[in-house]
Design a protein around this ligand. Structure first.
Ligand SMILES: [Fe+2]
Length: 373
């Protein structure tokens, strides 16, 4: 067994006296891509997202149930990265609240009444204390909600933006800050020594609007779109196979332990990770119980016990500061989840209390790095 490193003395971000803005939901991501035509082909022609508007440098995309202008902005640029994780707030007044909250923390705050992207009005962008570019807005142009347009929806239709996933070196520090921002933990992964490897946090009453994943950061792990049902995800796999583009598939399809959702992870032409996700659960009651998973539980990341590929643990996208420069990446000092579960001296179980040697002989070692052909 690996001895987990002593949890770092988390240098907690102070709780502002100003209240946090009332956040409704994750709303859109602005993604910098290095070849707009190639990325447009992937997101529009392969995944079927709807083009709301486009020009020579930018494509504004939405999912079939969305009524605001976009859920994803693809912007041509030099370095593939995330320019904004954008959240919708409850009213225009909440932007003043956001400004006060982040200014008290000493963060860089920028407000544009005309918005940072087409179709979105008055907006606040901040470089948050964790190093992520966050945006808040209420005012947005409404567009046709295509939920009933089955004539336009393919078998793998993406119907909602579901969540973001952020990589950060100190998960407890990030979770405490996000709780100050009004988010609540739905599930997390820990070990018995008290190291936290990841946490899923929500505003809307689903499992999450964003997750904090332990690793070198700040980086973006993935952006996730929801389908109606599991078969829609299988249809996306079939389509990628038929196009001889199965190399976009990084992991899955499968059933998550955490979140109970059905999933598929894809990598876009720049390597940005996109999750296709469906059928998690309702979390809207105030006493919704927190679920904690053991990092050694083989079923936490995949309910069927399929091992996680190493790239899923190590790769993530850079994030930009408000000037458009990539944020420096800080190394995680706490134990890594990959080392705990697939490292040379890691261990894991399918049935708690059983040693790995009690697994069938052909299954032993499956979670060790380098075991897979
Ligand atoms: Fe996810």
């Amino acid at each position: 067994m690996t001895t987990p490193s002593t949890p770092t003395a988390t240098d907690r971000i102070p709780t502002p006296k100003s209240p946090p803005p009332d956040i409704l939901r994750c709303a859109y991501m602005e993604l910098v891509v290095t070849d707009l035509a190639v990325s447009r082909d992937f997101y529009v022609d392969v995944l079927g997202l709807v083009v709301t508007e486009e020009d020579e440098n930018t494509v504004y995309l939405r999912s079939f149930e969305e009524f605001i202008h976009h859920n994803l902005v693809l912007r041509q640029g030099e370095v593939a990265a995330v320019a904004a994780f954008s959240y919708r707030v409850r009213s225009p007044q909440e932007l003043d609240v956001a400004v006060a909250f982040y200014e008290e923390l000493g963060c860089r705050v920028e407000r544009r009444t005309e918005g940072f992207t087409t179709g979105i009005g008055d907006s606040v962008r901040v470089q948050d204390p964790l190093g992520f570019p966050y945006e808040f807005f209420f005012d947005a142009r409404h567009v046709e909600r295509l939920a009933w347009r089955y004539d336009l929806q393919g078998p793998g239709a993406l119907v909602r933006l579901d969540h973001f996933n952020q990589v950060t070196p100190d998960v407890p520090k990030a979770v405490a800050f996000m709780e100050d921002l009004g988010f609540r933990v739905t599930e997390d992964i820990q070990d018995q020594a008290g190291t936290t490897y990841a946490a899923w946090m929500r505003r809307k009453p689903t499992v999450h609007d964003t997750a904090m994943t332990g690793g070198d950061g700040p980086r973006m792990h993935h952006v996730a779109f929801a389908t109606h049902e599991k078969h829609n995800i299988l249809a996306i796999c079939d389509k990628l196979g038929a196009l001889r583009r199965s190399d976009h598939i990084e992991r899955g399809p499968g059933r998550h332990g955490v979140s109970n959702a059905f999933y598929l992870y894809l990598r876009d032409p720049d390597g940005h990770r996109v999750e296709i996700y469906t059928q998690d659960y309702y979390t809207g009651d105030p006493d919704n119980p927190v679920v904690t998973w053991d990092v050694h539980d083989n079923q936490r990341r995949d309910w069927w016990g399929n091992p996680v590929v190493p790239s899923w643990y190590t790769d993530a996208s850079l994030v930009l500061d408000l000037d458009g420069n990539p944020q420096p990446v800080l190394e995680r000092t706490d134990a890594s989840e990959m080392a705990q579960t697939i490292g040379a001296d890691g261990f894991s179980y399918t049935r708690e209390g059983e040693a790995e040697t009690e697994l069938p002989a052909w299954k032993q070692g499956e979670y060790k790095l380098g075991h897979q052909l």
